[in-house]
Design a protein around this ligand. Sequence first.
Ligand code: SF4
Length: 484
Amino acid sequence: MPKPPCDAYTHWLIHHTAPEFLREEGLPPEVWLQQLWRHQRIRRDQLRTVDGRRLSVLHPGFWNREAGPDFQRAVLQYEGELSVVGDVEIDLSVSGWRGHHHQGNPAYRRVILRVVWRARPSETTAGEVRDKEPPVLELEPVLDAPLSELTNWLSCEAPWRLPASTAGMCAGPLRVVSSQEAHRILEQAARSRLARKGSEFEAQARQHGWEQVLWEGLFAALGYKHNAWPMRRLAEVLRPGGPGMASRTWTHLETVQGRVFGLSSFLSSAVTRPSTYWRSLWDVWWRERHEFEGMELPGSVWRWSGIRPINHPHRRLALAAHWLQMTTLGTQLETWITQRLDQSAAAESLMTILQPRQADPYWSKHWTLTSARLERSLPLLGAARATDLAMNVILPWFWVRATLARNDALRARVEERYLEWPAGEDNAVLRLARDRLFGGVRPNLPRTAAIQQGILQVVRDFCDRSDSRCTGCQFPELMRALSG
Ligand code: SF4
């Protein structure tokens, strides 16, 4: 998103069309509260929660723009207590906590502070600030400047400026090393990630065989981070020759989709106005479900928060049903890896292998089993998911097999594809990692999926073992050693 201009025109607009709340003592937009907390535009030495406790903010946490609390991994210290790590939720009022049903929501169980604009006296006395709920801090009384003065800054600068608290201790040393050095170290981290994924596959293959491990890996990757486990469980049931597959034919698409959706428990809840497609799946499942007894997943295993419509589990299952029909998927992948292809041809060819073989009239026009029909068509598999499948499953699986077989030529080809594969979709973890590692400066690095994998591996090996303040992290030391 391009940064809006902050010129004389914009300033005039802000001052002459001042938000209503400045004139009427109303409430500012919640996103302003987030920016004030994010940049700590508060008198940090004068913080007290509404129940009177003195509070020090050792780190405000990282701004979360996805589902869940607004700031994650904050480090706070309440008077007379040890520092605590947890999340911070921003709300306009104290009643927002219950109004938004955060109490009892597992995503909010690590909240250690609620930051509100102001608490009405009735809210602090009438039980809104309850014993077992996170303490509350009012923002308005502790701003470091009048809000009328902060308005320009909030509108023009705050959203675009990276707070000093975001950059990690490694940002300085990383700025000093050359881009070639940074590239080299991130590629080494990516290779380390490839080897670790490969050895996980090797361990699983000892129990279940190589084919099953690939199958489970592909299914789990379709579940993305939220639903990897239910998808993996389905792959266990629906593996070639497995309990769900035995002695059944898997050629008719709606029959396969009826079994897959039935096993996933998506056909068990009542639908008020079922579509013809839903009915056809139900007809299959109603006839066959006794044969799958004990294999059905409980509905509670699926997670729905923070999922974009394009990644909805229903769509992922529809694609998995197409794969179940393909008896030659494994053979095609074996051919693909042995072919000499340039990088774009390799990516295109993999997309073709993983695409459904036949038209899917329902899923090309619907987000979910019960959603309205769309005007435009949607592919069941996009380039971003194919990259994810290649980098996290297919290439590590081939790499470890080539390594164990001492097939150096094949191993070199897998590594070449891995290192040159075009970058995949950006995501919140990568964005935060780049902000922390490079301190908001855009690094001059190739746009490859391997660089993304390398950054994720640094997060796994260093950031995840430290805290928001980088306590005890050795990565800056490693960077300093590299830069001499
Ligand atoms: S924890 Fe380590 S690797 Fe992560 S941002 Fe801090 S210094 Fe960098």
